[in-house]
Unconditional design. Structure first.
Length: 128
């Protein structure tokens, strides 16, 4: 069994080395798919009830995916980053989360939260 796994991994490494552009494109597509699924799980809009963004239909809460960011409800994103969790890993964590540890905030609300809770100093004092 281990021998099959080693052969498969060697074959994958060889393919990645021989096809760097195809590999990069497949990785990008996978990341986009994971991001879309994570955003859908989190509601596809800013989760802050006080968000000042007004959509075209008059509803509040930014829905523009270019402005949305995944936020750790109780802070701690810096701890994840120090552990090496990056983009696709964060999306995977969001999709597996059953405790409500993540929320979607627009960039403005996310930065307001960071500053007001002093998360930018590496300390967290709680959620939004």
């Amino acid at each position: 069994m281990k021998n099959n796994r080693d052969k498969r991994l060697a074959s994958q490494r060889k393919w990645k080395k021989e096809n760097p552009e195809k590999f990069k494109n497949s990785l990008r597509k996978h990341a986009e798919k994971m991001k879309k699924a994570a955003y859908e799980k989190l509601g596809n809009r800013c989760n802050n009830p006080g968000c000042g963004w007004i959509n075209y239909d008059g509803s509040r809460g930014c829905e523009d995916p270019r402005c949305l960011q995944i936020d750790h409800v109780n802070g701690g994103g810096n701890i994840e980053r120090k552990k090496g969790v990056r983009t696709i890993g964060t999306y995977r964590h969001v999709l597996m989360d059953k405790k409500g540890l993540y929320q979607l905030l627009c960039a403005n609300c996310n930065w307001i939260k960071r500053v007001s809770l002093k998360e930018h100093l590496g300390r967290s004092t709680g959620g939004l």
